[in-house]
Design a protein around this ligand. Sequence first.
Ligand SMILES: Cc1cc2nc3c(=O)[nH]c(=O)nc-3n(C[C@H](O)[C@H](O)[C@H](O)COP(=O)(O)O)c2cc1C
Length: 365
Amino acid sequence: MTIALGIGCDRGTPVDTLRHAVAQALARVQADWSDVSAVGSITLKADEPALCALAAEQGWAIRFYTPEQLAAVPVPNPSETVRRYTGTASVSEAAALMGAGAAPRDAADAAMALLLEKHKLKGEDGRNATVSVARVCGGRDDAQRLFTQEERESFHALLAARRDMRHFLPGQLLSSAVRERLMAAVHTAPSVGLMQPWRFLRITDASLREQLARAVDAERLRTAEALGPRAAEFLALKVEGLRECAELWVALLAPDDGTVFGRRTLPAQTAWCSAAAAVQNLWLAARAENLGMGWVSLFDPAEVARLLQLPEGAETLGLLCIGPVAHFYPAPMLSATGWRQARPREHLFGENTWGFGPEPVSVPG
Ligand SMILES: Cc1cc2nc3c(=O)[nH]c(=O)nc-3n(C[C@H](O)[C@H](O)[C@H](O)COP(=O)(O)O)c2cc1C
């Protein structure tokens, strides 16, 4: 566990009182002195002898925050009295949260990040020390980690910047470290009953890649035919980048392993959905690596099954083109080219019962 301490104290508090207050706070959260990675207080206390002595004793570099910085942090236990004397309604809670890198939106959020809100100790001389403890954000594998506002914004930027890409820079390679991170992202995907029905094949054989590309070429023509009046418009679109992309992965469904949990009534759908969730993880992880990914589903599944020597019951979900691109499309390519526009958000979310009205009649597409 890594924690941040926020410390406040009366002027002239003896170092023993301060040390004792911290020891009690650590005991209450079952932490040790060695778990402390940050200590904070207020600028008013930058020259407080007990704080300086404890810092020297423990090897801490205490961060002293201004009253304005501390006042901007929402806390569960603000105090009017503290505000009157210091200009901020909280010293220890706010300093602990700042030291932990937490950016709580409100007091409830702040309470989640605090392992110990306000631990107060009155020394024998009547002087008070207050200690708060916050969990340090940022431990990658910390299941309790709280994401900061900045991280939230990055995540939403990632969602908005993900595109289905068909144009790739030719002649590029992915490093094994990038590939490892992509596989790790897939491996964290949810799946029905923890079935993990997905399998991914990386196509490294150039002639196999070419045969898959030809299977897509053939299906592209059959799709154009099926589109009737929009055939020429469709054929003008680029719908895959199999030959140029740095890597070609095939997303597959393994033959059904008979998982029942969560699948009794929708066995096929839940397996497909689980595999799609894994592909979405890959899509986002690729974008986070500044790589494009294109999901290609234009192929005859029997033809692909034959090329990949799939066993009975295995299915192909998609051919995934992954690699560096010259630039990302600023909007879905299908809307930018006028093929189709995305539905407005308010048409897609309802409440309680189906109330979406009839689908508008559109040209085939
Ligand atoms: C299951 C699935 C299959 C897709 N197959 C193809 C495809 O064969 N060719 C293609 O150009 N785009 C394909 N796409 C990409 C969609 O056209 C694209 O996601 C959509 O137009 C929205 O654009 P965006 O992903 O850039 O937001 C597929 C997407 C999904 C989810």
